[in-house]
Design a binder for this molecule. Structure first.
Ligand code: SF4
Length: 349
């Protein structure tokens, strides 16, 4: 049996996009939540699934400039275009590929995931500048992939092309069939992902009796074991396995660290996890001046947060002054992401 590293393994050539995503330098651009594939394991969240929305990482995109802003904040060296299915909104996807290539240059690597097996559409994406396409044939096709146009599409496409699927334990037979058949299609790579629970697929996965690998993991027990068995099939196509912990621990954390460096205000502290620590005063905007004068706070060290309607300052300052203020004060730890999810709230008075 070949060696399987703890979190991921590579056999032969590693896809270009993966190097970038290991550094957390990849913008995740969801161009629509619409998709026709209906995979029972679809992990998309409620706010995206079946909705024609656009997100750049956690930021909802209202105008094209939002995409560039998020890409700059995480110092993106590449983009993964995802959905839903980006081929459902082909013109929009082409527009975004051109936008990213024009702004960041040719070297900004762009890959795209799709469940649509359509040569003409894929070719148009290649002409627009797409570097790599990752096909995710819908699960109902796995046992009869040879009856589809997949072989012909892969043969004709000139950009890098791969296949990406999750490892679903009760579909082992279909998965092995799919992998063996496509092994002589000349794909550049095959990516295998550990199956994961999400809020939206919990019920569907539960029906098959799946349980989590451990208390701390959202990965499905039995999924990783399939990766070992696939290594023993002796396929010639380069294979990359991505465990759920690798995705969470490495990709997300690195991206968060990069974003924190770019969005942190002078009074915020970046923690080891890449989250931000700040002091919060639940008072109206007009109280800022009063507080600044009373406690001799420099104007760079205090500001009004319009989104959350509160005054923010350094955690050190708030610790000193909270006891003298007639307003609720907290130290808050939050993600530096666009949704600014709060991780911990510590009341001070
Ligand atoms: S192709 Fe992707 S987005 Fe579409 S249903 Fe399947 S998992 Fe969900």
């Amino acid at each position: 049996m070949k060696k399987l590293e703890k979190n991921s393994f590579y056999v032969g050539k590693l896809a270009e996009g993966c190097k970038i995503c290991r550094k957390g330098a990849k913008l995740v651009l969801l161009v629509t939540g619409l998709c026709n594939a209906n995979c029972f394991y679809c992990p998309l969240s409620e706010k995206k699934k079946g909705k024609d929305v656009i997100y750049a990482d956690e930021m909802i995109v209202r105008k094209k400039e939002d995409i560039i802003e998020e890409a700059e904040l995480i110092e993106a060296e590449g983009t993964g275009i995802t959905g839903g299915d980006p081929l459902i909104v082909l013109d929009r996807t082409i527009e975004f590929i051109k936008l990213l290539k024009n702004y960041f240059g040719e070297e900004h690597h762009i890959h795209l995931y799709t469940a649509t097996l359509d040569y003409k559409k894929a070719e148009k994406l290649g002409k627009a500048g797409l570097d790599e396409i990752r096909f995710h044939p819908m699960p109902t096709l796995w046992k009869k992939i040879e009856k589809t146009k997949f072989r012909e599409i892969v043969k004709k496409l000139e950009i890098d092309k791969g296949m990406e699927i999750p490892l679903v334990p009760h579909m082992k037979k279909e998965t092995f069939h799919l992998l063996k058949v496509v092994d002589d299609y000349n794909l550049d790579f095959i990516n295998l992902n550990e199956l994961e629970f999400s809020i939206t697929n919990l019920e569907a996965l539960d029906k098959y009796g799946y349980v989590a690998k451990s208390d701390e993991s959202s990965a499905v027990k039995g999924s990783e074991e399939m990766a070992y068995e696939i290594l023993d099939l002796g396929l010639s196509t380069p294979i990359h396995y991505c465990s759920s912990s690798f995705k969470d621990a490495v990709q997300l954390r690195k991206r968060i660290e990069r974003r924190a460096r770019n969005v942190a205000k002078i009074y915020e502290i970046i923690t080891e996890d890449g989250t931000l620590l700040k002091g919060v005063i639940m008072a109206d905007k007009e109280k800022i001046k009063e507080i600044m004068e009373e406690f001799e706070i420099d104007e760079n060290m205090i500001s009004w947060d319009e989104k959350k309607k509160r005054i923010e300052t350094s955690p050190f300052i708030i610790e000193e002054i909270a006891q003298y203020l007639p307003y609720k004060c907290y130290i808050i730890e939050e993600y530096p992401t666009a949704d600014r999810l709060e991780v911990e709230i510590t009341p001070l008075n």
